[in-house]
Ligand binder design. Structure first.
Ligand code: NAD
Length: 354
């Protein structure tokens, strides 16, 4: 498996270095023969190539088996005509990574803010309110006058159907419970269509128990009793917001791993951003990226029918749980180690088969 590795901005260099150490240990232990190819994007690429991402990079990523993308300082990228392209949106759009799978679970030994929970947010990843990716070219955010802005939201039957199917399929592998989160009481046509499609797809999955929540009330429900949720499916922006909340209430946003999934490609990426407030201090939690890497290996194992990759992914997941229980993790997860030592300890754990 050839994986392109892009560290990203802010805490990306530190957390990706720890993730690579874990991947190398997993590769050795499970004979995966991982080929990790270093590339750059974001500020490093802007300085070197005049653009945060380039068509050549896309070609190399398309030809590889997977991508690990570090967090990017996207807020600083203002003008695409000057090469300041959001790398996240670039890969999601160009590789059609339509499903963003964002698990949030508690671990023994990690202070849980609201009790035990184990859920997954399945977020549509290619349209919605994200104006930089929901049109073929340009942006669907329009400056009408200096004082008037229109931001358009795109919802399509095709994208609703495929995200609904992905969420139901995932629910079938878990506790067979799917919660549909929407705002169809106000966005009657767009979210109305999303909701109708989820209800129609539900008929193909009669074993899955389905319930529905309006997105604002969902914020109260998930904080009130997170353990009642299993898989949650929602549109792009709602899922973006909800999944940061669920990661944080599970213990820390620094535990928020995610996989961006398409039909042929997948990209592991932490749910959080580049965290400039803690960058360079060796305190960032690398487990969000490590868990994302585990998800990428699992995806590849399922796709290629290679059980070693699935076993390696399980070992990473169990290793993270063991590390947290032993306090071999960063302070946000209740531990006492820095970023580098957390990665090294987990790599050692994997090498020793613990
Ligand atoms: P953020 O997600 O970077 O940070 C939010 C809070 O969580 C901060 O207090 C931060 O220190 C903490 N945090 C984040 N990751 C952590 C980790 N691994 N371990 C411990 N604590 C962690 O959000 P922000 O500060 O609003 O955004 C910073 C930059 O990241 C902005 O430029 C934003 O546009 C960008 N961003 C990028 C992505 C992405 O690349 N996918 C996602 C979200 C935000």
């Amino acid at each position: 498996m050839k994986i392109v590795v892009i560290p990203g901005d802010g805490i990306g260099a530190e957390t990706m270095a720890a993730t690579v150490e874990v991947l190398r240990a997993a590769s050795k232990r499970y004979s995966l023969k991982l080929e990790l190819v270093d590339e750059i994007a974001g500020h490093a690429s802007l300085a070197r190539h005049g653009a945060t991402v380039t068509p050549e990079l896309l070609e190399r990523v398309s030809a590889a088996d997977g991508l690990m993308l570090g967090p990017m300082s996207t807020f600083e990228f203002k003008d695409e005509s000057r090469g300041e392209i959001n790398p996240s949106k670039f890969f999601r759009k160009e590789l059609d990574l339509f499903a963003n799978i964002r698990p949030a679970r508690t671990y023994a030994g990690m202070p849980a803010k609201l009790g035990a929970m184990d859920l997954v947010v399945v977020r549509e990843n290619t349209e919605g309110f994200y104006a930089d990716r929901n049109v073929e070219s340009g942006s669907s955010e329009i400056l009408v006058t200096r004082d008037v802005v229109i931001s358009l939201r795109r919802i399509t039957r095709h994208c609703c159907e495929r995200i609904a199917r992905a969420a139901f399929a995932l629910a079938m592998t878990r506790r067979r419970h799917l919660s549909v989160v929407h705002k169809a009481n106000v966005l009657k046509i767009g979210d109305g269509m999303f909701l109708d499609i989820c209800r129609a797809v539900a008929k193909e999955f009669p074993e899955v128990r389905v319930d529905e929540f309006i997105v604002d009330a969902m914020m109260a429900h998930v904080v009130r009793d997170p353990k009642r949720f299993d898989v949650i499916v929602t549109t792009n922006m709602f899922g973006d917001i909800l999944s940061d909340l669920t990661a944080e209430i599970s213990g820390s946003l620094g535990m928020g791993g995610s996989l961006n999934l398409g039909l042929d490609h997948a990209m592991g990426q932490a749910a959080h951003g580049s965290a400039p407030d803690i960058a360079g201090r060796d305190v960032a939690n690398p487990f969000s990226l490590v868990l994302s890497a585990g998800m990428l290996l699992e995806w590849f194992g399922a796709k290629s029918g290679n059980a070693d990759f699935v076993a390696a992914a399980q070992a990473i997941s169990l290793g993270v749980a063991g590390a947290i229980e032993s306090g071999e993790c960063t302070a946000d997860a209740g531990g006492r180690l820095g970023t580098r030592a957390t990665g090294a300890a987990l790599a050692q754990r994997l090498s020793a088969g613990r």
